[in-house]
Design a binder for this molecule. Structure first.
Ligand code: CUA
Length: 336
């Protein structure tokens, strides 16, 4: 691979699905699946192999000189050479050119990654301990971590990312893109999946107990299949009963991450068989689990903390409509 072979990539040549990544074999980096991932890999590979070259050259020369010019007798004198301007200029100027070309490559790729095309499809991403949720304002849909982030392939997608609790970071290794999810602020990133497929999403900011399980998937579909999928989702949600709607919200809003429905204890108490029972609270009192208690516990979870649990739930005040809360209560009632 010569330097000249990198030049079309520098100039922003569009990647094709079958593009091989120079000098980065398959086992080396994750799959390269977005329109700019090959540029990131190329920059990385160029810097990496140049570093290897100079490491071998400099350490090799140092080792050789140590042996070849070792002190052989007690009265040996050191070299009288004080300096060599041509040599000093060369070893500053040539690496300087390399550094400038790295900057050029990095800058071009960075700008490409920062500026989404104007026709990009919008998706809102919300991070919350410990799941992601995805809202499609143009399509009127909402998905949970477990559903994945469904997108059309060969279509630019712009994500507007935020968090409702602590810092998270939204990372898609196959697309070579990552952005922090920050409470009270919006950040954004964009990508274009080169081909249909499933690509892993990770949280890469340590955010508490279940940080390592805060994962999801990008599911890229052909644009026609995506349109069909959207239509299918919309007709399914239009015909949903309140209980089904509550069940969907239960995963989409992240409740399922902390509350089991099978009696097992996760971060929060299980909701199995709770409706109509009494709950022992941390302050020693008890409360009947009815609609009002559930509503209060969703909107202001720390008002009444269940004995044996730390108040870790984020308040849902302002995040759920009344009919959504009612649907959740209807669903919780069915968990016998
Ligand atoms: Cu969210 Cu780590």
């Amino acid at each position: 691979m010569t330097f000249a072979a990198f030049l079309p990539l520098l100039a922003g040549a569009k990647a094709r699905a079958g593009d091989a990544i120079p000098l980065t074999p398959k086992w080396w980096l994750p799959e390269s699946a977005s329109t700019f991932s090959h540029k990131v890999d190329t920059t990385f590979a160029l810097i990496y192999w140049l570093d290897v070259f100079f490491f071998v050259l400099i350490i090799g020369a140092m080792a050789w000189f140590t042996i070849a010019y070792r002190r052989r007798s007690k009265d040996q004198k050191t070299s009288p050479v004080k300096g060599n301007h041509a040599l000093e200029f060369a070893w500053s100027f040539i690496p300087g050119l390399f550094l400038l070309s790295f900057f050029g490559m990095g800058f071009v790729t960075y700008m490409d990654m920062q500026v989404p095309p104007a026709d990009a499809m919008d998706v809102r991403v919300t991070g919350q301990k410990w799941n992601w949720s995805f809202e499609y304002p143009e399509q009127g849909l909402q998905l949970a971590s477990a559903d994945g982030l469904v997108v059309p392939s060969n279509t630019p997608v712009r994500l507007t990312i935020t968090s409702v609790d602590v810092l998270h970071s939204f990372y898609i290794p196959a697309f070579r893109t990552k952005k922090d999810a920050v409470p009270n602020r919006y950040t954004s990133l964009w990508f274009e999946a080169k081909a249909p497929g499933e690509y892993q999403i990770y949280c890469t900011e340590y955010c508490g107990d279940d940080h390592s399980r805060m994962t999801s998937k990008v599911i890229a579909m052909e644009p026609a299949a995506f349109r069909e999928w959207v239509a299918g989702q919309k007709s399914a949600s239009a015909s949903m009963s309140p209980v089904e709607r509550g069940q969907k919200l239960f995963t989409a809003q992240g409740c399922a991450g902390c509350h089991s429905i099978d009696g097992s204890t996760l971060i929060g108490p299980s909701l199995k068989g709770k409706y109509g029972a009494n709950e022992q609270l941390a302050d020693g009192s008890s409360v009947a689990i009815d609609d009002n208690y559930i509503r209060e516990s969703i909107l202001t979870p720390n008002a009444k903390i269940v004995a044996g649990f730390a108040g870790q739930m984020p308040p849902y005040q302002g995040r759920l409509q009344d009919d959504e809360i009612s649907a959740l209560i209807d669903y919780i009632k069915t968990l016998k």
